[in-house]
Design a binder for this molecule. Sequence first.
Ligand SMILES: *[C@@H]1O[C@H](CO)[C@@H](O)[C@H](O)[C@H]1NC(C)=O
Ligand SMILES: *[C@@H]1O[C@H](CO)[C@@H](O)[C@H](O)[C@H]1NC(C)=O
Ligand SMILES: *[C@@H]1O[C@H](CO)[C@@H](O)[C@H](O)[C@H]1NC(C)=O
Ligand SMILES: *[C@@H]1O[C@H](CO)[C@@H](O)[C@H](O)[C@H]1NC(C)=O
Length: 497
Amino acid sequence: MHSILATASLLTAVLALPAPQMSYEGNLGNSGPVGGVNPTAVAPTATAASGSLYGSEALLGEVAQPSPVQGGDSAKVSNYQLVNGQDADATLGLYLDFNSVPNPQPFRGDAGQTDPGPRTYEYEKINSDIFAPPGTDSGSVPQAMWPLGLSHNRLGSGKDSGWARQQNKDNLPSATAMAGVDMRLAPGAYRELHWHTANEWSLVLKGSVRLSAVNENGETFLDDISAGDVWFFPAGVPHSIQALDEGTEFLLVFDNGDFNEDSTFLASELFLRNPKSVLSKDLQTPISSFDHLPTDQLYIFNGTPAPANISEQNVTSPYGQLPINESYTYHFSQQEPYVVPGGSVKIVDPTTFPIASHFSAALVTVQPGAMREIHWHTTSDEWNYFLAGSARITVFVAPSSSQTFDYTAGDVGYIPAASSHYIENTGTEDVVFLEVLQAPKFTDISVAQWLALTPSQIVKDTLGLPDDAIAGLPKQKTYIKPGNTNLTALAGGGSAY
Ligand SMILES: *[C@@H]1O[C@H](CO)[C@@H](O)[C@H](O)[C@H]1NC(C)=O
Ligand SMILES: *[C@@H]1O[C@H](CO)[C@@H](O)[C@H](O)[C@H]1NC(C)=O
Ligand SMILES: *[C@@H]1O[C@H](CO)[C@@H](O)[C@H](O)[C@H]1NC(C)=O
Ligand SMILES: *[C@@H]1O[C@H](CO)[C@@H](O)[C@H](O)[C@H]1NC(C)=O
């Protein structure tokens, strides 16, 4: 009787699941102006093999019949439009919004020419400074942008677990000092108990997590944090991450460009890779205790939801808790931003979060038209992540190279130490981004402040700036400069602010 009831309820549960879609038919494709692939190739159709794989030697140049100069697949492009600012002086370098036309063309001022294809418009629309660079771009600069949307996504095991994708030197070779991971955990899902050789700094992007760790002194750490908060786990310190009620997505930054999220030390692997007799001796427990070890690593997997009351998971250590000045979390979401015209800035570095002794970060919001001012970091490379909006960066590398890169939400940026750069909002909404340095304090050299605090005669002799421009330079560092979104005014020689 009992088993019949159990079977019946199992059947009900199965029937309640959404029916799998068994009729998939063909994909509809994405042809046409929205899909943006040009030209639409039409493959010759044949029901059986016909034609020839190779041609004859009579097609070699000097003996072959002439090919037609006209009437073939023409390189002419006649039907296109320029976007706002595209025919303005190339050294103005106005941001070109290629989304306003169906088939953007690489012109900038008087330079450039049409692109007959083959091409995929979407890349060019979101990377207009790559396709039609400002006239001031020059030489070659290491690739400074990686979209996480192009990173392989590793899906967690089982149902409702999560995923992770990473950026490291494999996909951004210049990024030697830092690497990043974007991770998603469903409600109750874990990033398995683990440790690694790099130091780990994290910003929670969405939702909330429970973190636990034990350090080399036997001191314990347990905390819940939410979107906008940060954590830090020192190299080698084992920790676990479990998503709370609404799940989570977070960003990890490691202080090693070679970091590989697939190569961390996992608790499950440690138990799978040691003899059971040794495990039995180590934990002083019968060998049968290991009958139910997982058969493979867990990595990201769903588990028992964490109790809402965090105190229920508080383990009392004879060595106590991690001292407060060594806390692994900083509730950064509760820090008020420093507001300036054009946006706001929040800094978290070892000044207030000492355990992360060389991770210094700024979370910056820049309004449309405004920009994070031209600056550089004296000794550290900069790792960026874009949380919202769109922006561009020109990276200047000594002696005479510069290149402009475009970014949208989910992209990583990487800027070498001492290379000047700005981050300009190119969209109609706020752009929000993270700057992470390997430095004991978040610092930068502001170009505007540097010139303001240099004897004016030196500035005038070097750059030929007018006296009133030099006199007007602000001596305070503002981080952000407000700006004008009106391209017509800019193109007409008006001011950019
Ligand atoms: C854990 O227990 C310690 C005392 O052993 C206490 O100081 C601490 O506040 C507790 N933490 C939580 C999250 O309950
Ligand atoms: C949370 O758990 C702790 C430890 O079990 C208990 O002392 C405390 O009363 C609980 N708090 C609430 C609000 O239930
Ligand atoms: C925390 O304070 C202790 C005692 O003053 C000190 O030894 C330790 O270095 C501090 N830790 C950090 C990360 O500043
Ligand atoms: C943009 O600038 C031009 C030239 O200064 C001006 O005529 C126009 O009114 C401005 N547009 C807006 C929306 O302010």
